[in-house]
Write a protein that binds this ligand. Structure first.
Ligand code: CP
Length: 336
């Protein structure tokens, strides 16, 4: 059993390097199930409460997919207006009720700190699927897992990497959580590229500085030739005071093949938590990068299933039983 068994996963601050390595080992062991080479029924009878009070495509669906792949069932609620929160019910009451229906809960909510508040009323483990501009711990874990896998191909590890984070670093919770996780590693060079108004919050900067990492803060993409990772983000328009305010920054940091070739080395891995804003006025990650082999965005989304399977297995204490409940796959599949 892991010390995470039976516990909430609310923040990346809960993780030490050793725990991350264990999660990544378990995530790797999930590949045969995610690729439909085998299936497992280890969580037969278990129910995931998948509660998304803010829009989501991949986090919500990949939590559900991960739980189904382990043999469990999923019950969902999506959108604030479809839940009793819209009638004034407290997060505490909602948590008391829904934790009676579920063995584990994944939750997203637009307010920072809301998932923690919800967890205080829950009788089952709660996993944070994103709370406002605060944190997105499972995204950070899948990003870090992806970084590790991508750099392996380039003969490097996470220690010593140079990562360029670009765009809305103020409201983009994925870069907050990923930066904090990277602080657990050695000799990281962070280059933070954003307009001054969308700079990384002070608490994240302080974490980077206190960990003794190299930090470059700039508002232009130049001199990135030794960057291992280019992590692009979306302008988080839903967190701005107004659309007019968000419009000021849309399209400010576009990345396309020409810009990539000019500023980055040919091995730089391109990441984005997605969704990428492909509207003409934004087009932050151009479709002409789709054929670039260093574009890792869809490997990130695939890795999200592995990491979320690992988190469910560890949190519910079955990571050592997954293969014991293994079965053959009898349907046609082209995933392997
Ligand atoms: N990366 C991410 O959180 O995507 P969704 O908003 O689609 O869940």
């Amino acid at each position: 059993m892991s010390h995470f068994t039976g516990h909430h996963i609310l923040s990346v601050n809960q993780f030490e390097r050793e725990a991350i390595e264990k999660i990544f080992t378990v995530a790797h062991s999930m590949e045969p199930y995610a690729r439909r080479q085998k299936r497992t029924s280890v969580l037969t009878g278990a129910i995931l409460g998948n509660l998304f009070f803010e829009p989501s495509t991949r986090t919500r669906v990949s939590f559900g997919t991960a739980f189904n792949l382990l043999g469990g069932e999923v019950r969902e609620t999506t959108g604030m207006s479809n839940s009793a929160l819209a009638k004034g019910e407290s997060l505490y009451d909602t948590a008391r009720v829904l934790s009676g229906y579920s063995d584990i809960i994944a939750m997203r909510h637009p307010q920072a700190g809301s998932v923690k508040e919800f967890a205080e009323g829950s009788r089952v483990p709660v996993i944070n699927g994103g709370d406002g501009a605060n944190e997105h711990p499972t995204q950070a874990l899948l990003d870090l897992y992806t970084i590790q896998r991508e750099l392996e191909y380039n003969g490097k590890g996470i220690d010593g990497l140079h990562i360029a984070m670009i765009g809305d670093l103020r409201y983009g919770r994925t870069v907050h959580s990923l930066s904090k996780l990277l602080c657990l590693y050695k000799n990281i060079h962070f280059t933070l590229i954003s307009p001054a108004e969308l700079a990384m919050p002070d608490n994240v900067i302080a974490a980077i500085e206190n960990a003794g990492h190299r930090l470059t803060v700039t508002d232009h993409i130049d001199g990135m030739v030794d960057a291992d990772i280019c992590y692009q983000t979306r302008i988080q328009e839903e967190r701005f005071p107004s659309q007019d305010e968000a419009n000021k920054y849309r399209g400010r940091f576009r990345l396309n093949q020409t810009i990539y070739t000019r500023h980055f080395q040919s091995k730089t891995v391109i990441m984005h938590p997605l969704p990428r804003d492909s509207r003409t006025e934004a087009n932050e990650l151009d479709n002409d990068l789709n054929s670039n082999p260093n574009l890792a965005i869809f490997r990130q989304t695939d890795n999200g299933v592995l990491v979320r399977m690992a988190l469910f297995a560890i949190t519910l204490g079955v990571e050592h039983l997954v293969s014991k409940y293994e079965h053959d796959v009898v349907w046609y599949t082209n995933k392997s």
